[in-house]
Design a protein around this ligand. Structure first.
Ligand code: GLU
Length: 291
């Protein structure tokens, strides 16, 4: 068995709250329990929204919670060439295509279709640009149109065949074990953003492979992402880590926490005298962790 390697991968776009603390504790504890390694990665490809002070705050927050990571943190902003190379390989193989649609175009097409395909969080990309021919694509790109690049989920699925991922936490419906991948769950997701050239899913799978992550732990809100990421691993020939999706911390009204809820930030809790050991113990018991 390879050594267990987990990671906590926040986007430094705001202060961490107790939901992030739970995610960090799960990643940390599952690595420690297995005698493995716990890594920290900043998902900061969206440089306009990310701030160094949020990275520094993350390190302070984790230390306050008593969590130490095992290697210098990675920054996705330093690895854009790697993600771009992976995207180029997919484009070359006809597994990604340029999309010229604006958000408004997509909304109009979804409205026009009436019964557009839906995913867990609303309408999926309706596939407007998928049927463009190679000549049409080349002409629009040569005209200076700026494209996003989308995964051709059906083409990838045809290449990859049926897939599964191993769930150690709460899979769909709460079950563990081998979960069948639904390659169409999120549709043709963006792999290369129009403004940045890269995007979350591809960066996430490229990093898991490069960092040797064997167990991806994250909130169950990201469970749908696992389907598309497993598909990407398969077509890129990357190893498939296991997954542990955990429940989310919710407010009194049952809503999941957001970075805008600054009053619930770890920094605010620290400043108002919260005992970090007690907070960590409460979150561990919420997540069913015992270490
Ligand atoms: N960067 C993502 C976030 O902060 C987490 C992504 C992941 O764990 O895969 O929500």
């Amino acid at each position: 068995m390879p050594q267990t390697v987990t990671r906590f991968a926040p986007s430094p776009t705001g202060p961490l709250h107790t939901g992030h603390a739970l995610a960090a504790l799960v990643a940390h504890d599952l690595a420690r329990r297995a005698g493995g390694r716990f890594l920290l990665r900043f998902e900061d490809i969206d440089t306009a929204r990310c701030r160094p002070e949020y990275e520094a705050g993350t390190c302070t927050d984790l230390a306050w919670l008593g969590l130490a990571w095992d290697a210098p943190p990675w920054r996705q902003s330093a690895r854009l060439d790697t993600y771009r190379a992976a995207l180029d390989a997919l484009i070359e193989r006809g597994l990604a295509y340029p999309c010229f649609c604006t958000r408004r175009d997509i909304a109009a097409e979804v409205a026009r279709m009436g019964a557009a395909p839906h995913g867990p969080e609303g309408p999926l990309y309706p596939g407007t640009c998928r049927p463009l021919t190679a000549d049409e694509r080349a002409a629009r790109l040569a005209d200076g149109a700026v494209a996003a690049w989308r995964l051709d989920a059906a083409a990838c699925s045809a290449v990859a065949g049926p897939l599964r991922f191993t769930e150690h936490g709460r899979g769909p419906g709460g079950e563990r074990g081998e979960i069948a991948v639904d390659p169409a769950l999120l549709g043709d997701v963006v792999l290369g953003r129009r403004d940045l050239g890269v995007a979350y899913h591809l960066a996430c799978v490229a990093d898991a492979a490069a960092q040797g992550v064997t167990l991806v732990t994250r909130g169950e809100d990201l469970l749908p992402a696992t389907h598309v990421q497993r598909l990407l691993q398969a077509v890129l020939g990357l190893p498939a880590p296991a997954y542990h999706h955990h429940g989310l911390v919710r407010d009194a009204a049952g809503r999941r926490l957001a970075k805008r809820d600054a009053a619930r930030s770890l920094a605010a809790l620290r400043e108002t005298g919260t005992d970090p050991a007690m907070l960590a113990a409460e979150l561990r018991s919420l997540a069913g962790l015992s270490i």
